[in-house]
Design a protein around this ligand. Structure first.
Ligand code: TMP
Length: 245
């Protein structure tokens, strides 16, 4: 097990909308830094929200630790401080995999189905990460044609996301949270192994309270409601028992 203290943060490798990735003195590891930005509509809405990075780091750390303990291979190694994680260095696959258990968001709009309809067999979607094209919805054949991934790798990822969905659906339901839908990204390590990467947080999931169906995620910001987003993220941390009531 690598000691986080032996890893030294080096130069900035890349900066995204909500995270920065730093090189380290070890070529197999990077440091992921969570910024205080909250974004929607592919970055068209981008606000500063003091301390939001701390909340997302806490929540993602908790979920990735849990998934690691369930045998899911992830890039996450350990939390380094309140805004940073030590992670395995991976080459990110430029695809977003969305799993839907209940109709909401873009699926509701695209297909004209009322938000809230239960999906008995979880639906998997792929979005091509490309800012210029605004991350279009694509299918397996497009992804292979674009030389992003092979059919074999897609099968591996579908197997992993199906497992993660089963694990997280149950995990959150035990906390009175419905996992409506969520987005995952994957990368390949130096041995070409596929690892769950990026984050899993209320930024990248739709969470509804089991009883009231209140939205416990970023949707109020996406829709433009005046709700205090950090209160919502705090509620998730309380339900995960990271923060005591
Ligand atoms: P969608 O309904 O807008 O397609 O979103 C589906 C899920 O994916 C939802 O939980 C939010 C998440 N998501 C992201 O994390 N990043 C994105 O850029 C998009 C479009 C969705």
């Amino acid at each position: 097990m690598i000691m986080s203290t032996s890893i030294i943060k080096k130069n900035l490798l890349l900066e995204g909308k909500t995270k920065k990735i730093y090189a380290t003195n070890n070529p197999f590891y990077v440091i992921v830094h969570y910024k205080d930005n909250i974004t929607a509509s592919n970055g068209l809405k981008n606000n500063f929200l003091q301390d939001k990075g701390i909340f997302n780091n806490e929540i993602t750390t908790f979920i990735f630790n849990f998934l690691n303990s369930c045998g899911i291979r992830t890039h996450f190694v350990q939390k380094k401080n309140n805004r940073e994680q030590l992670c395995h260095k991976v080459n990110m696959i430029p695809l977003e995999f969305v799993v839907r258990n209940i109709v909401a968001g873009s699926m509701s709009k695209r297909l004209g189905i009322k938000e809230g309809k239960y999906i008995s067999n979880a639906i998997f979607e792929i979005f091509y990460k490309n800012d210029k094209l605004k991350d279009p919805l694509i299918n397996d054949h497009h992804a292979v044609f674009l030389n992003i991934i092979s059919y074999e790798e897609l099968n591996i990822i579908y197997h992993i996301i199906s497992n993660i969905n089963k694990i997280l659906k149950k995990f959150f339901l035990d906390k009175n949270i419905i996992l409506v839908d969520f987005k995952m990204e994957f990368g390949k390590n130096d041995q070409n192994k596929i690892l769950l990467s990026d984050e899993i947080s209320p930024d990248t999931c739709r969470f509804w309270d089991k009883k009231t169906k209140k939205k416990l995620d970023k949707d109020p910001f996406r829709i433009g409601l005046k709700e205090n987003i950090l209160d919502i993220y705090m509620e998730i941390l309380k339900r995960l028992n990271v923060i005591k009531n």
